[in-house]
Design a protein around this ligand. Structure first.
Ligand SMILES: Cc1cc2nc3c(=O)[nH]c(=O)nc-3n(C[C@H](O)[C@H](O)[C@H](O)COP(=O)(O)OP(=O)(O)OC[C@H]3O[C@@H](n4cnc5c(N)ncnc54)[C@H](O)[C@@H]3O)c2cc1C
Length: 414
């Protein structure tokens, strides 16, 4: 990857400008450059502090393998071979404990958990060595587009012109705003406290999700005797927990985890994420296409967020390579419409499923509790239903992009 200097890039001209260097933007930029598109990756030099962890599910791993990125990423991951769901609501109608095993799907693991900073580090190192990929340092301030192309103004004074701008600039996306795309936003009366933990008892590649009356309390394995915790509670409770001294917080979390991992120690910074969701009303307009959290934000339930974002990356890459092969305008309305049609059903169904799960956890209505309990009971006991749910949880069976099915998409990338 070349780096932009004042002299040679006062005006950078490329096929695609990718805005944002989080995991979605980095993967998108590498994919495009590998498939013969001249690409600029525009983002500030220092990534924001990201202590989140991501469980990369099977189809995301397939994409990273197809792009030859997995060997750099895997050493930082812990396999997620078993998922245990425990109803800890204490309500009248409770679901029995349910354990999902990846072996039932003939997979070594459902996915692999990694700290976002390790993921971004590995992707960033590869991006820096990728020919055809120019790194432009700075924040995007404005985007103008017309029938011939888009012009991106960076706060460093540089300008990038491209046929297509990919907005990978996260939940407060300025690309989305510049393209005039509205969003549907919603808030839940909860917040997620996240923190990484060390513990005495090995996790044996199990994630454990306690469903509590205020939301999930989820421990996901990291490398060694470590796990990441997402603890969803009322906002005031999140603040109270965050303010506790290390020992007191560790003891409180061990109690909430019913000591399944033994004694715990705090191993990293604590963060609070107010819980909510966002869905862009369109995925493309005015020569801009949205991917990742610029297009959809999920509460951290069911490991959906970035996995959905990587499906955006794979689908958009496939559509752009096909458009280029046919000699079409890669930023034109027809290309953006194809992207919309390819991604909307998956995004809409995931938004609905995660919303339903969260609302059912919060509901005090007995029929809702009964339905959730029965649903988990049926999934736990009926083999084919359980396997179908596991497969759908990993990735939708319909419309999975080619790069996630071990197939190539042409272009220079093969
Ligand atoms: C507690 C928690 C746990 C989660 N766990 C999981 C999980 O297990 N599995 C999963 O799949 N997902 C998970 N997610 C979701 C996942 O973390 C996000 O989907 C993912 O990190 C979003 O990546 P992104 O690249 O789209 O956006 P980001 O990582 O937010 O990156 C956006 C980038 O854009 C840059 N940027 C912003 N504005 C501009 C601008 N104007 N100009 C240039 N650059 C700009 C920023 O600097 C940043 O680098 C979780 C989320 C939370 C909150």
């Amino acid at each position: 990857m070349g780096s932009a200097t004042q002299k040679d890039t006062a005006a950078v001209r490329v096929d695609v400008a990718v805005i944002g260097a989080g995991p979605s933007g980095l993967t998108m930029a590498i994919l495009l450059a590998r498939h013969g598109f001249t690409t600029a990756l525009v983002a500030p030099a220092d990534p924001p502090e990201d202590d989140r962890t991501t469980a990369l599910l099977d189809s995301s791993v397939a994409l990273l393998r197809a792009l030859d990125l997995w060997q750099e990423i895997e050493p930082h991951t812990a396999p997620l071979a078993h998922m245990r769901i425990v109803d800890d609501t204490g309500r009248l109608i409770r679901a029995p404990e349910t354990v999902f095993d990846a072996a039932e799907l003939d997979l070594p693991a459902f996915g692999y958990n990694i700290r976002n900073r390790d993921l971004n580090g590995a992707l960033g190192a590869t991006a820096a060595e990728t020919p055809g990929l120019v790194r432009v340092i700075g924040r995007v301030e404005a985007i103008r587009s017309d029938a011939t192309g888009a012009s991106v103004t960076v706060d460093s004074g540089e300008t990038v012109t491209a046929a297509l701008v990919v907005g990978a600039d996260g939940r407060r996306s300025m690309v989305r705003e510049a393209a005039g795309i509205d969003t549907r936003d919603w808030r839940y009366p909860q917040a997620a406290l996240i923190v990484n933990l060390e513990h005495d008892v090995p996790h044996h590649d199990h994630s454990t999700e306690f469903h509590t009356p205020t939301g999930p309390f989820t421990l996901v394995p990291l490398k060694g005797n470590r796990s990441s915790l997402v603890c969803v509670v009322e906002p005031e409770e999140a603040e109270r927990l965050k303010a506790l001294p290390d020992d007191a917080l560790a003891a409180e979390l061990e109690r909430r985890a019913h000591s399944v991992l033994g004694a715990m120690r705090i191993a990293g910074a604590r963060h609070i994420y107010p819980l909510g969701g966002l869905s862009a009303n369109r995925l493309g307009a005015a020569r801009c296409a949205l991917i990742g959290e610029a297009a959809h934000v999920f509460p951290p339930i069911g490991a959906q967020g970035l996995n959905l974002g990587l499906r955006d990356v794979a689908a958009l890459g496939e559509i752009l390579v096909a458009a280029k092969t046919r000699g079409e305008d890669i930023g034109g309305a027809a290309t953006l419409e194809r992207y919309e049609r390819a991604r909307r059903p998956d995004i809409a169904s995931r938004v609905a499923a995660v919303d339903l799960l969260n609302r059912s956890l919060l509901s005090d209505l007995l029929p809702v509790q009964a339905l959730r309990g029965l649903g988990l009971y049926a999934i736990g006991r009926i083999g084919p239903l359980r396997r179908m749910m596991m497969r759908e949880g990993i990735a939708p069976s319909l419309g999975r992009p080619r790069l996630m099915r071990g197939l190539s998409i042409g272009g220079n990338g093969g």
